[in-house]
Design a protein around this ligand. Structure first.
Ligand SMILES: C[S@@+](CC[C@H](N)C(=O)[O-])C[C@H]1O[C@@H](n2cnc3c(N)ncnc32)[C@H](O)[C@@H]1O
Length: 128
């Protein structure tokens, strides 16, 4: 069964004048990446509790939309275990590069970071 946990909805965070192609309002500069990392260090225990309470656990496959520099996906990867999988989807290439390098540094083989365009290509190819 597919479980959907919405920590934050991207569509809900769009401002009235924004579309999916608009620049992301908080940007992707290194200061924003640093902010996300500091924020995760504070919130990770609460995020983990939310996911556990929502029933995320061993063996599940999880999709992390708007995955940023790779703080939430590794946390989930530890909850689901090495034989399961977490796919992070992110629109910004520099942000994905940072996430990939942090995931590699953490030695996690069950986390994949994809660009939104790559993610839509794999979704299309798996339905053909
Ligand atoms: C506030 S950050 C949160 C990152 C991460 N989830 C975390 O909690 O640390 C939101 C991220 O969503 C990405 N994003 C925004 N719109 C997106 C879209 N339409 N598709 C994929 N990623 C998107 C941004 O580039 C940004 O990295």
């Amino acid at each position: 069964m597919l479980k959907v946990v919405r920590a934050a909805s991207l569509t809900q965070t769009l401002m009235p004048h924004e579309t999916a192609d608009s620049p992301y309002v908080l940007g992707a500069a290194s200061a924003e990446h640093d902010r996300l990392i500091r924020q995760a260090a504070i919130w990770n225990p609460f995020t983990e509790r939310l996911f556990r309470d929502a029933g995320i656990g061993t063996g599940q496959r999880v999709l992390d939309i708007g995955s940023g520099v790779g703080d939430v996906a590794p946390l989930v990867a530890r909850l689901v275990g090495p034989s399961a999988e977490v796919v992070g989807v992110e629109r910004d290439p520099a942000t994905i590069a940072t996430a990939r390098s942090r995931v590699a540094e953490a030695g996690l083989s069950n986390v994949t970071s994809k660009a939104t365009s790559e993610a839509s290509r794999s979704a299309n190819s798996s339905t053909q």
